[in-house]
Design a protein around this ligand. Structure first.
Ligand code: SAH
Length: 222
């Protein structure tokens, strides 16, 4: 990693942990742990090469800003939209983006189901990302409508990504998606086998999706 970027990312972790004492944004309290689980994990997305050429990214259910903040710092050409239902997390990201001079940040304090049906955001992004937001089918339904045809979705998944993806094959088809890749990776010192899943949007998503707020979670398509 280039030293300048590493310095900025270390400062991001320090800032997150400091603000966490006031706002309770993440369960991770140890700096080394936060470095691995938030920063190094977010950086795994760069391997997909999706963030090199693309211009607009929406990070769905970004929470305290992961992977969105890390991607924005690592690839400054990106315009990153942070989509998050909880207001206090949006407030944190707004202040953080200003502090770290992330110029092309946009904070969207909405549910992904609403953003995905609004003319403003639907089919408007090159890439959608989601980490730790919900089941495979749920996040696919939240992410695919936001991406333009030809764009992609990158999902940070856990141990069972292969099976989840296979199980959701038909659901992906219904949403206009096509499974591109499921790539295993590990993080230093952790036993888990994580997976980076990439989905291409090959067709328009039918207007029925995303279904109304809460349904993608309660009645997942797969
Ligand atoms: N991506 C972050 C946060 C994961 S926690 C990380 O990996 O650290 C999941 C976050 O998604 C929570 O902050 C929750 O408020 C948000 N979320 C869940 N469902 C959502 C929805 N339908 N629309 C918008 N935000 C949602």
């Amino acid at each position: 990693m280039n030293p300048e970027l590493e310095t900025r990312l270390r400062a991001l972790v320090a800032h997150l942990l400091e603000e966490n004492q006031k706002f309770n944004l993440t369960g991770i309290k140890d700096p080394n742990d936060a470095w691995t689980k938030h920063v190094l994990d977010s950086l795994e997305g760069l391997d997909t090469e999706l963030f090199d050429e693309s211009q607009s990214v929406v990070d769905v259910g970004t929470g305290a800003g992961f992977p969105g903040l890390v991607l924005a710092l690592a690839r400054p050409q990106l315009s990153v939209s942070f989509l998050e239902a909880t207001r206090k997390k949006c407030t944190f990201i707004e202040a953080t983006a200003a502090k770290f001079e992330i110029k092309r940040a946009r904070i969207i304090n909405e549910r992904a189901e609403d953003a995905g049906q609004s003319d403003r955001y639907r089919a408007s992004f090159d890439v959608a990302t989601a980490r730790a937001v919900g089941s495979f089918a749920e996040v696919a339904e939240l992410c695919l409508p936001l991406v333009r045809v030809g764009g992609s979705v990158a999902l940070w998944r856990g141990e069972n990504a292969e099976a989840e993806a296979q199980n959701a094959e038909e659901a992906l088809d219904d949403l206009g998606g096509f499974l591109r890749d499921v790539r295993p990776y590990e993080l230093p010192g952790l036993p888990t086998r994580y997976h980076m899943v990439t989905i291409e949007k090959v067709n328009d998503t039918p207007r029925d999706f995303p279904r109304r707020s809460g349904i993608p979670k309660q009645k997942p398509l797969a």
